[in-house]
Structure formats: structure tokens, C-alpha cells
Design a protein around this ligand. Structure first.
Ligand SMILES: Nc1ncnc2c1ncn2[C@@H]1O[C@H](COP(=O)(O)OP(=O)(O)OP(=O)(O)O)[C@@H](O)[C@H]1O
Ligand SMILES: O=P(O)(O)OC[C@H]1O[C@H](OP(=O)(O)OP(=O)(O)O)[C@H](O)[C@@H]1O
Ligand SMILES: [Mg+2]
Length: 335
């Protein structure tokens, strides 16, 4: 079924996530076709009608999912969590995409030799306040997550200095004592003489395919999501599996040899099996041992399954809450 109002799907228009998102979509077999010219900010996905693609900054995608202006988007989990401690009530993370990885961390100057943990920060905070009458300053643009993390560790004697760029330079510039920022290679922290506290990892972030729970979803829009998700999940599954094929006349011996691997997370095929790639060499050895040959191995492009647990979980969360009046969600039936 095609919808009259398309599902709105936002992807990064710039920055470090842009190319990786485009590569991921291409790998799934979708082409992003710009509508309104190559320099426009709207597009369609080839082969997937009913989806309107918007190109936005990663930060705006998090905001649009949170406000309900978008149905679906790809952005960093760090940016989503920054929308509020209660963000899980407004958006649902559908799938971690394995790229755009960055850690949100609490850092202190390397020269603070006695400081290694959040408990040390608590102590230093008290001392600093007693000695100077001022609170320890923490430079960050991740205010929400910094507050929640410091509270969880019982650290109260600090204040946040909001920073929107070059945050790691704050201590050297005399603008703050501590820094909370994201790091990937650690090069920026090292260049600024900062170290990550041993219990200072606030979030291990990566790009997430995310649905808004506050936008009204029609049945047709959920159908579009179902099609997109089935392809994305089929591609993800394919990456973890390999197909083994052996001669028909040796099928009984072949199936017996791979039975333990099928049980551990594979499935039988006619004259072959679909197995976890991690089991591949052990299975090949078992087949050789049983005298089954030749065995050919290939990687599937997609492995489709009829149900998506993630989609059913999303429907469960939407059920009766934000659906438009015309649409009705069928409960996942146990059949
Ligand atoms: N090394 C990194 N540095 C910064 N962001 C990274 C890094 N690796 C992954 N990311 C992720 O990329 C996203 C931010 O991307 P980007 O800076 O392009 O977007 P933006 O913040 O919306 O744009 P702008 O910084 O221009 O406002 C975040 O989710 C972040 O976690
Ligand atoms: O651990 P690293 O590999 O060194 O990467 C982390 C740094 O990269 C990003 O800055 P960016 O260059 O995007 O500048 P920004 O501060 O303007 O976002 C991020 O804010 C960190 O400063
Ligand atoms: Mg940035």
C-alpha cells in the first residue's frame, strides 16, 4: 500500500555522518535521488515509494525526531540523548548502524596526577570551593548528559560553562577546569593535555536509525517503514551469515556434519546450510572430516525474514498513543 502522505526520513546533509549514511543506504541497495536539483535538500529513495527524504544537519535531525516533525532519521545517539533525560519517551532507537562512533567523556588536565575518577572530582570540587569560593567549571556543549552523569556520581560542586566549539581548549584558555566532549581517536584530547577519567565514559555513541514516537504515524507510513526496515535488517543479517553448498548425493552426511552449527544459529538448506560466519571454518573442517566435498561457500546479499521484532516493538509503543484517527494498528498476533 502506498501512502498519500509520505513517511519523512531525515539523513545528514553535511558533516562526518553524511558520507557514511549515504554509503550505508547504497549498501542496502537504495539510491538517494535528489528532487529539486542537486543542491536541494529533499530527495527520494529509489525503489521505495512513500518515503520523502530530508537532508538536515545531525543536530536538526535529533531535534526534528524529538519534536515530531520527522518520522524517521539517522543521527548520533549523543545528539538524541542531549534532547533530555526523558528522550526515550519521545523517540525509539531502532538500529545501531556501526558507524559515527564517538565516546562522550569527562576529562581533566593530565597534570592533575591525583585525579583519576569521578570520586576524585567530587573531592577536588569540595576543596576548590573551600579554597577559592568558586565552583569547578566544566566546559561542554553536552549539558543534559553532563548534569545527569555528575548527579549520578554525587558530584554537586561544579558549574557548567557552555561551549559550542573548540571545547578542549577551555582549560588552557582559563575558561574551565574540566571538559566533557566527544572523542574518537583521542588526538584532540592529547593535543590539549587532557585525560579521560577511568570511570568517565558517559556514553558510547554511534549513528542510530531512530523513529519519532510523538509524530502521528499512519498505517501507510508504517508500511513504508516496514519495507525500509526489512531491507536494512536483511542486509545486516546477510553480513553475519554464509551459505554452504555440497553435492546432493552427500546431503545426509553433510547435514549430519553441520548439525551442531545449525543448532547454534544457522538453518538447513537443500544440499547445504546457512551458518554464522564465525562457525564457517569449523563447519568446513567437520564436512571435510565426513568426506563431504566439494563444499562451496558464498555470502548472501540479503537474508529476509518475515517478521521484524523492532517494528513490532515500535508498533507496541505507538499503539493507541500517537496514531492518527484513520489508522489502526493490528496487534502482532502470536500466530
Ligand atoms: N570524531 C568525531 N567528532 C565529532 N563528531 C563525531 C565524531 N565521530 C562521530 N561523530 C558524530 O557525528 C555527529 C555530529 O556530526 P556533525 O558535527 O556533522 O553534526 P552537527 O553537530 O549537527 O553539525 P555542526 O557541528 O556543524 O553543528 C555526532 O553524533 C557525533 O557523535
Ligand atoms: O578524538 P578525536 O578524533 O580527536 O575527535 C574528537 C574531536 O572532533 C570533534 O571536533 P570537530 O573537529 O568536529 O570540531 P567541533 O568542535 O567544531 O565540532 C569533536 O568535537 C572533538 O573535538
Ligand atoms: Mg560538530
Amino acid at each position: 500500500m502506498t501512502t498519500d502522505t509520505p513517511m519523512i526520513f531525515a539523513i545528514p546533509s553535511k558533516g562526518r555522518l553524511k558520507e557514511q549514511v549515504e554509503a550505508w543506504l547504497a549498501e542496502c541497495g537504495f539510491r538517494v535521488e535528489m528532487t529539486g536539483g542537486a543542491r536541494g535538500y529533499s530527495a527520494e529513495l529509489s525503489g521505495l515509494p512513500g518515503v520523502s527524504v530530508r537532508l538536515l544537519s545531525a543536530g536538526d535531525i535529533a531535534a526534528g525526531l524529538d519534536s515530531g516533525d520527522l518520522h524517521l532519521g539517522v543521527t548520533g545517539e549523543d545528539l538524541l540523548r542531549e534532547r533530555g533525560d526523558d528522550m526515550d519517551s519521545r523517540v525509539m532507537l531502532l538500529r545501531a548502524l556501526g558507524f559515527g562512533r564517538a565516546d562522550l567523556v569527562v576529562t581533566a588536565p593530565k597534570s592533575w596526577l591525583d585525579v583519576d575518577t569521578m570520586a576524585d572530582i567530587d573531592e577536588v570540587g569540595h576543596l576548590h570551593l573551600a579554597k577559592t569560593g568558586r565552583r569547578l567549571r566544566v566546559a561542554t556543549k553536552y549539558v543534559t548528559q553532563t548534569r545527569a552523569f555528575f548527579a549520578r556520581h554525587g558530584v554537586a560542586d561544579y558549574r557548567i560553562v557552555e561551549s559550542s566549539g573548540a571545547t578542549e581548549g577551555a582549560p588552557a584558555a582559563g575558561a574551565a577546569e574540566l571538559v566533557v566532549d566527544i572523542t574518537t581517536t583521542g588526538a584532540t584530547l592529547a593535543a590539549n593535555g587532557l585525560k579521560v577519567l577511568s570511570d568517565g565514559v558517559i556514553l558510547k555513541s554511534q549513528a542510530q536509525l531512530t523513529a519519532s514516537l510523538v509524530t502521528p504515524w499512519t498505517e501507510g507510513q508504517l508500511d513504508s517503514l516496514a519495507r525500509l526496515l526489512s531491507v536494512v535488517e536483511a542486509k545486516g543479517r546477510a553480513r553475519t551469515l554464509a551459505t554452504l553448498v555440497w553435492p546432493a548425493e552427500q546431503d545426509a552426511a553433510g547435514q549430519a556434519a553441520v548439525a551442531p552449527f545449525v543448532e547454534a544459529g544457522g538453518s538447513r538448506r537443500a544440499n547445504g546450510a546457512l551458518l554464522a560466519t564465525g562457525d564457517l571454518f569449523a563447519a568446513a573442517a567437520a564436512l571435510a572430516q565426513a568426506g563431504v566435498e566439494p563444499v562451496t561457500v558464498s555470502r548472501p546479499d540479503y537474508v529476509f525474514e518475515s517478521r521484524s521484532a523492532v517494528l513490532e516493538a515500535l508498533k507496541g509503543r505507538l499503539n493507541g498513543r500517537y496514531l492518527t484517527s484513520m489508522s489502526k494498528i493490528t496487534e502482532p498476533n502470536g500466530a
